[in-house]
Design a protein around this ligand. Sequence first.
Ligand code: GH3
Ligand code: MG
Ligand code: MG
Ligand code: MG
Length: 310
Amino acid sequence: FDGSEAVKKEEFQLPDCYINQLDQETFILIIDDDLEFVSYLKELLEKMGAQVIISLNGKRGIEQFYSMRPSIILVDTKLPDMSGFEVLDQIADTARQKNTMVALTSEQATKENEIESYRRGAMDFIPKPFDMDIFFPYLFNRQQRQHAISSSIITDSLTGIGNRRYFDEVINNFAKKADQSDTTFSLVMVDLDHFKQVNDLYGHPAGDDVLRKFGEILHDEKREGDYVFRYGGEEFALLFVNLQADEAVHVVERIRNKFNPLSFNSGDQSFNVTFSAGSADYQGDTEELISAADQALYEAKRTGRNRTIL
Ligand code: GH3
Ligand code: MG
Ligand code: MG
Ligand code: MG
């Protein structure tokens, strides 16, 4: 069997509706030693807008999986150094946790192989040669579904900004980057003032309106590359890349100038809300950073609220 027959390339043309349709952050890892086939597939997937990584053996593939965090993986059942099933055994748990889509591909499209694929944690089993007319709609559909799930996992449902889970992930990425290069970052922790009273006096729906509006302002005011999160309840966290805490204070004051004058309504009553904030610079330890910003926030509360402390 000649591997190059894994796909009848001359006949296939990627439909226009798939060109550049994938999110640029779609990383696809192909673990397969049929070089001609994977090169051809890579070209098509890149036309779709994806970033494609190829591993020609299982060991390398597993390494690439853990270092590149692909969102989609195609693993061939037969690899030079191990079987695709063995690769699955080493990645399936993490793939499940990270919402990574794993499909086994095989020239031996037997019932046994398909059963074994699913038993070991694959989501799909794709027989070779690929039928590209089927593969591309399939892949597009999968990627869209996966993207929707991935976004919902990291999004706060009330405000639409990043949630606590996402905060943990991003701050660790920021820290890694800062440790390896000369980038820096700062953190601002924000807490709405007397928010319990807002709920008590005007009701929870009115409180929710305030949280939504605050999230919207954070989202609108942040620069490209910065991140804003709902940290919990009425607390928010802002991460500023290459901006020192004393400069971040200016951004926070701009947010304050937008937020404080807003008047919220509940029945025939209207009210305003303020917030307190604390900022700190990353100095090599994320936990220390969070407690430093928390400490500053506590200081802002203690000294009268509606202010930012460095
Ligand atoms: P302080 O100025 O010291 O921060 O006082 P506070 O009242 O804001 O602080 P406290 O921690 O006592 O109260 C926080 C309140 O935030 C209590 C809780 O009901 C409210 N809250 C938390 N999450 C939500 C939410 O999703 N919606 C609404 N409406 N309220 C929430
Ligand atoms: Mg092979
Ligand atoms: Mg609070
Ligand atoms: Mg509060």
